[in-house]
Design a protein around this ligand. Structure first.
Ligand SMILES: Cc1ncc(C[n+]2csc(CCOP(=O)(O)OP(=O)(O)O)c2C)c(N)n1
Ligand code: SF4
Ligand SMILES: [Mg+2]
Length: 296
């Protein structure tokens, strides 16, 4: 343990799945944010990191109900401010307030609490690891589930009938300090964005696409490849919003066919087997093309 940098997550020994893309992103983010942080976590896979009274973090951890993490963060931030105002805590010792939730909370159950927190200009970072479903309870569809993906609540031949909600734009519409998309398999892009977020004040959102071998049904060894393909096919645009401007930080040129990403994952197997679903495959490709046409 002594050889680890003081910012590094301690060995977890927790029942996380091998190849968890959410955990990969969290490792990378924690390395940068360090121990002067308080994590406010809503129920989800990452909750398993903490087994009371222990956590693998060298910082603090607070567990909230699924819809309430941003409200919990308000309480923590207020308490820290009161301590500083009363000279009971040195401002140098101040902690970064970090909400940590999955997509189920960020895109759905906790969205109104997020909206209120942004409106109040709460000084916090919201870190959403997005595995595109309610993973911890068996990958039911969430507001982040992509069109046509199979989940435990959308098992039909066409998969999930809805469309992934655009959380990036929902936050941008609130004009917060910062919004960025990241992925653990692009660590340099991720690191630069976390450094940027760390130096800012006010509401900041980081959405990390979180390849999930268990919920997306692929070999855990493929997690980094799946993540890289999400970017190379244009399915997961890497971008940031700062000072009223949206900038794409990595434009895939040329873009690989979306199929290259879909083929690796069992949740899309019904698009290829027993026969190719040309209509759905074309729709998925066309939607990605339409997005990038507006960017390029
Ligand atoms: C109000 C409420 N409903 C349901 C649950 C059960 N529950 C615990 S974790 C979880 C899944 C959360 O999904 P997400 O936020 O995407 O995180 P993930 O599990 O994917 O990491 C659910 C539904 C709960 N804890 N609270
Ligand atoms: S279900 Fe997915 S997100 Fe949850 S721990 Fe397993 S790999 Fe990670
Ligand atoms: Mg999830």
């Amino acid at each position: 343990m002594k050889d680890l940098p003081s910012t590094h997550l301690l060995g977890t020994g927790t029942p996380m799945c091998a190849g968890c893309g959410g955990l990969q992103a969290l490792h990378e983010i924690y390395d940068i944010l360090g121990e002067k942080t308080v994590y406010i976590n809503a129920a989800g896979c990452m909750t398993l990191l903490s087994v009371y009274p222990f956590t693998p973090f060298r910082s603090s951890w607070l567990y909230t109900s699924m819809a309430s993490a941003p409200a919990g963060a308000q309480g923590v931030r207020d308490a820290l401010d009161v301590l500083i105002q009363k000279h009971a805590m040195d401002p140098q010792e101040d902690l970064q307030t970090v909400v940590l939730t999955g997509d189920g909370a960020a895109y759905g159950m906790g969205l109104s609490a997020s909206s209120g927190a942004i409106e109040r200009n709460l000084d916090f970072i919201y870190l959403c690891y997005d595995n595109e479903g309610y993973g911890n309870t068996g990958q039911q569809a969430s507001g982040a589930t992509p069109h046509a993906a199979k989940t435990t609540t959308s098992r039909g031949v066409r998969g999930f009938p809805g469309y992934k909600k655009d959380l990036f734009s929902i936050w941008v519409a609130h004009q917060p300090s910062y919004v960025a998309t990241v992925i653990g398999s692009e660590p340099l892009d991720l690191a630069r964005k976390i450094e940027t977020a760390r130096k800012l004040k006010g509401p900041r959102l980081i959405i990390a696409l979180a390849p999930c071998p268990t919920g997306w049904d692929y070999d855990p060894r493929e997690s980094v490849s799946v993540g890289k393909l999400a970017v190379k096919t244009g399915v997961w645009p890497l971008k940031e919003y700062l000072d009223g401007r949206i900038v794409h930080t990595k434009i895939p040129r040329p873009r690989q066919p979306v199929e290259d990403y879909l083929k690796l994952q069992g949740r899309f197997a019904h698009l290829f087997d027993p026969q190719r679903n040309e209509r759905l495959l074309t729709e998925l490709q066309t939607r990605v093309d339409a997005y990038w046409e507006l960017v390029e």
